[in-house]
Design a protein. Structure first.
Length: 472
């Protein structure tokens, strides 16, 4: 088990040295300073046309130093932990924050030990060529699954990040973060038409995640629904009821609502929810969560990137907006505790409020009953390519697959349409929430100035009225 000494030795520093760097960062009177050390190893393999055609391995190493003074953030980093280099970065961060008036209090954190992603086998201990049979087996089995498949591409990637964080309160936290991902795309051709289907799985697991069970899931899912895709039509558009299927439909929740709950947008008055704390934003009984505590989940964190322990945060409880997603800066501004949402892409970036695993909790409705209650509408099970205006709450999402609902029954498969709406309005128009919450464990990555791994999910949800952009 990795100990404090392991991380200090890895980054070639002592506690006295990092205390000195922190003190130097506050030389110009900053309110708070923190250091973020990171050592990450990455590996990836790509199989194409039956051959593992490319691969790579690289490492990243360095330290980021942040100084907070009033409303200003000073940030600098070094790709070396040499003492002179760190002190130089600390002075640079301090100088950036110099001249700001006012001050702000940043409270110490109650540090607790979490372990949301224990790993049996470190990716670093397994050679890349040992994964070749897994990729080759995937290719063979998928190609044999459907005669319409003309191409298979499979990618396996992993990373391991050792992270150590220290701040001017004297808090020292450290952990190792594993991540493994498998992504497969199959290209189908039938009667001159081409369809693509992609399936992915990503977990904060060790190398033990590469298993026969994982391969079976991918092989079965890659051909599921492909007949309907070839048969799918582009339906007439208009305003209608929309049933969103459990699982991957959660990306709409992430994009159209989750970002608007991030505290930096609200603190700056940029979110449609900036003045709605404590108000009803959707019907009673609906709970919307951002969770850093799901076991082995891609978005989970024992600590966020400010050393705040991971937690399960209810943004909406029983229909009432009760919390934004906070880093230390926004939490101090609002006078609340951080929620463990201060995240960064790597040590070169300062942390900002970001989602982790965002989902709506299960309700009580039966999904079949929700569909049967709709006279005219659509059922959607996969979205992509969404656009959202945080300030207005307006969103547009492209539908990759779904079905018409006619007379309470799923009828013709559909594709190539947009679902258009407004986040707050869509929340208030939720009629029923299913009892079938599903977390989608795909390779979701969220971009907001910088990229971080996330996940999403939801139960089946019926929204009474959204605009469907199809044929006129």
């Amino acid at each position: 088990m990795n100990t404090k000494d392991y991380y200090l030795d890895l980054f070639r520093v002592t506690e006295k040295e990092i205390e000195k760097v922190s003190a130097t960062a506050l030389n110009h009177g900053g309110d708070f300073a923190d250091l973020y050390f990171e050592y990450t190893t990455y590996m990836n393999l790509l199989l194409k046309d039956g051959v593992v055609s490319s691969g790579g391995f690289h490492t990243d190493f360095g330290v980021g130093i942040r100084v907070l003074k009033g409303e200003k953030t000073g940030y600098a980093y070094s790709e070396s932990t040499d003492m002179n280099q760190m002190l130089s970065a600390a002075r640079a961060a301090s100088a950036i924050a110099l001249g700001t008036t006012g001050s702000r209090s940043y409270s110490p954190t109650e540090i607790r030990k979490n372990d949301f992603y224990p790993a049996d086998r470190s990716w670093r201990d397994v050679s890349a060529d040992s994964f070749l049979p897994f990729l080759q087996d995937l290719d063979r089995r998928i190609s044999a699954k459907d005669t319409r498949i003309v191409k298979v591409m499979a990618r396996l990637s992993d990373s391991v990040s050792d992270v150590m964080m220290y701040n001017s309160h004297g808090e020292l936290t450290f952990e190792t973060r594993p991540m493994g991902s498998v992504s497969v795309t199959a290209v189908f051709q039938q009667n001159g038409k081409t369809e693509n289907k992609s399936v992915s799985r990503s977990f904060r697991h060790g190398a033990e995640m590469i298993s026969q069970r994982l391969a079976d899931e991918i092989v079965d899912e890659i051909v599921k629904g492909i007949d309907e895709r070839f048969e799918a039509i582009r339906p007439k558009g208009g305003q209608m009821s929309v049933v969103m299927g459990a699982g991957a439909s959660g990306i709409l929740l992430h994009e159209a609502m989750g970002h608007a709950f991030e505290a930096d947008f609200n603190r700056k008055g940029q979110s449609i929810f900036s003045d709605r704390m404590g108000q009803r934003v959707c019907p009673a009984g609906i709970d919307i969560v951002d969770d850093g505590t799901l076991m082995w989940n891609r978005g989970s964190g024992n600590y966020d990137d400010e050393g705040i322990p991971g937690e399960k945060t209810y943004m909406v409880k029983d229909g009432i907006l009760c919390s934004y997603l906070h880093d230390r800066i926004s939490a101090s501004w609002y006078g609340v505790k951080p929620t463990g949402n201060g995240r960064r892409e790597n040590f070169r970036y300062n942390p900002i409020p970001r989602m982790r695993a965002t989902y709506m909790e299960s309700g009580t409705a039966e999904p079949s009953g929700m569909i049967s209650s709709v006279k005219q509408g659509i059922y959607v099970d996969e979205f992509s390519n969404g656009q959202v205006k945080i300030g207005e709450g307006d969103f547009t999402f492209f539908v990759k697959s779904g079905f018409l609902i006619e007379g309470g029954r799923l009828t013709a498969p559909i594709k190539d349409i947009n679902v258009i709406g407004n986040g707050p309005q869509a929340l208030s128009d939720i009629v029923a929430v299913g009892n079938d919450l599903k977390i989608d464990n795909g390779t979701w990555t969220c971009g907001k100035e910088q990229s971080v791994p996330v996940s999403c999910g939801m139960p089946t949800v019926l929204v009474s009225s959204l605009i469907v952009g199809g044929d006129c």
